[in-house]
Design a protein around this ligand. Sequence first.
Ligand code: IPE
Ligand code: IPE
Ligand code: MG
Length: 248
Amino acid sequence: MAFFGKSKDSEFDISSVTVPTHIGIIMDGNGRWAKKRGLPRSAGHKAGGKNFRTITRYCSDIGVKYLTVYAFSTENWKRPQDEISALMLLFKSYLEEALNDFQDDSIVVKFIGDKSRFDKELRELMIRTEEGSAHRDGMVLNIAMNYGSRDEIVRAARTLAQKALDNKISPDDITEQMFADNLYTKGQPDPDLIIRPSGEYRISNFLLWQCAYSEFVIMDKLWPDFTKEDLNSAILEFAKRSRRFGGV
Ligand code: IPE
Ligand code: IPE
Ligand code: MG
């Protein structure tokens, strides 16, 4: 964590603090944002998608190395079909546009979650995006789509069980590192800071394994209203925390 933020926004000046290496954001509150304005929920998702682009670029600018954003959970399929359809359409159009933007910032895009549940067009767009950005050297952006941490952990358990059955490993060989290497975030550092806008005090199946020692900042702002200053204030709050990782 040797990077220092370049932003100097007076009250939320982060130029003197260490920017977290890995930030996770639960992009929540789109529906309430729309409701407050008498708009359909899909309008909230549209505004949330726009903000995703702004905040992602900003994270890259200030030297964040890994950003993981929660865009759609394995449980979000429970929503009404019209909301899901609107979300899938938005994912397609925002991915196309945002991915062009991110080229200038050399952002590496990865999707974490099970792609197989999306339609062919979206799946191909996701794969094209990953392949097209893999050679870049900037911030790694993990977009969690059809992501659920319990599902991720069960998949890792299944892979390791199969290896044991095939006599490639013995159950005693399984270590925390081996387990982590079978998660979608393989090879990446755990999140230092997890931010949840929208004021909900819960993790909603996000990075359960990886958040063992993450610092949490809950903010009473709906995601479409969440600004760069809000991000700076979360970073300043993070900078005040004393992380002990079980030590003294
Ligand atoms: C987050 O906003 C976006 C997704 C889960 C896709 P919500 O849609 O959950 O918004 P609220 O929580 O209902 O306000
Ligand atoms: C978490 O938000 C998932 C995303 C932001 C994508 P939810 O709105 O689905 O979570 P709950 O239902 O409030 O726990
Ligand atoms: Mg929500």
